[in-house]
Design a protein around this ligand. Structure first.
Ligand code: H2U
Ligand code: ZN
Length: 347
């Protein structure tokens, strides 16, 4: 069964089964002129090592500590952690409408490589595999005494990233945050009803239709989800039922590094710019429970819409009503699929 092509011509809403949210799709609007804000381009020609960078090897961080002369990945406790290992004592709620709860946790920064100038897709596959192993090790380590370990990367100034040195973060908490809590509920509901993980059924549908797949290999698939909200949003997921990143075999970690390189190279090639995004991993909570309804996946939320300098703003209707997009998920997937896997800086 193929999607009704006329759906790309008129406004409609699509349901995100992972969160229960709807997204308004307005494909007839893509031709509207743009007189709004233009973003500045990220700096090209960065040095391999920047003596002023807080994350480069051998340099001093803001808290006065010296970074070691690291060769692969380097993980340190965030000097400005959003959560702290000891939960404070809160006063009792003054009213049921003024409710709070304590939160304890750990925030760490992960430098992907000593190279200040190379983002993930520009690193060799072996170095990306080192990043994958670091992500998995962090989840194993922090998952021992935290319910949720959020691995993420904020890339690019437009996403509020403070430093061009390629890095990600990990925040672990003794609470399950909003987004994974929604996904947990929806996957659980689906599993109870259908006896199958939601995302595995979804993947089977997408691999049959082939309308939204961007890139795939023996273990992994990258697609633009049917319910994508950000213009070039993608979902990366393993073909096999995997609950958490540390459960991946060495071969799956290697093929993950390979698909990340291919996928992120396409992203950079789209507008010939180091492509900004927020990405993050979602897997089963590390609360000691068995969660057969969970399927590991990564979300990529890039803000760019029509060029390296025109960003999609999630404001107005999106803030007050629901997410909205002009370009359809199928158009975005077509565009990404057609791009070269040779990085534009090497061309
Ligand atoms: P971004 O990925 O949002 O740019 O964040 C980088 C993190 O690095 C940020 O959370 C931390 C900041 O607190 N950091 C340090 O811990 N020490 C430093 O010396 C620089 C930045
Ligand atoms: Zn640096």
């Amino acid at each position: 069964m193929s999607t009704d092509l006329s759906a790309t011509d008129f406004p409609h809403r699509r349901l995100n089964p992972l969160t229960g949210d709807w997204i308004l799709v307005s494909p007839h609007r893509t031709k509207r002129p743009w007189l709004g804000k233009q973003e500045t381009l990220p700096h090209a020609n960065l040095p391999a090592h920047d003596p002023k960078c807080l994350l480069c090897a051998g340099n001093k961080r803001m808290n006065g500590e010296l970074n070691p002369d690291y060769k692969g990945t380097f993980v340190f406790t965030n000097d400005f952690s959003a959560v702290l290992p000891e939960a404070g004592q809160l006063p009792p709620d003054a009213s049921p409408l003024l409710h709070s709860e304590p939160v304890a946790g750990v925030c760490r920064v992960i430098c992907f490589s000593p190279r200040h100038d190379l983002s993930l897709p520009q690193l060799p596959v072996a170095a990306i595999e080192g990043v994958v192993n670091t992500w998995a090790d962090q989840i194993t380590d922090l998952g021992k005494n935290h319910k949720w370990v959020q691995v993420f990367e904020n890339k690019g100034e437009v996403m509020g990233c403070s430093n061009p040195h390629p890095h990600g973060q990990v925040w672990a908490t003794n609470t399950i945050p909003n987004e994974p809590a929604k996904e947990d509920r929806k996957q659980q509901e689906y599993f109870a009803k259908n006896g199958q993980p939601l995302l595995l059924d979804y993947l089977a549908t997408e691999t049959k239709l082939k309308e939204r797949i961007v890139v795939e290999n023996e273990d992994w698939v990258v697609l633009v989800p049917y319910w994508a909200t950000w213009p070039y949003e993608t979902l990366l997921l393993p073909r096999r039922h995997v609950q958490r990143l540390p459960d991946l075999t060495p071969a799956e970690r290697h093929s993950l590094a390979e698909i990340l390189k291919r996928h992120l190279t396409r992203y950079d090639n789209l507008f010939q710019v180091s492509f900004p995004y927020s990405m993050g991993w979602h897997g089963a909570p590390t609360d000691g429970g068995n969660h057969p309804h969970w399927q590991l996946h990564a979300h990529f939320y890039p803000p760019l819409l029509r060029s390296a300098t025109v960003k999609k703003f999630m404001v107005g209707y999106e803030m007050m009503a629901e997410g909205q997009r002009d370009l359809t998920a199928e158009q975005a997937a077509d565009k990404l699929r057609g791009l070269s896997e040779k990085h534009f800086t090497e061309a």
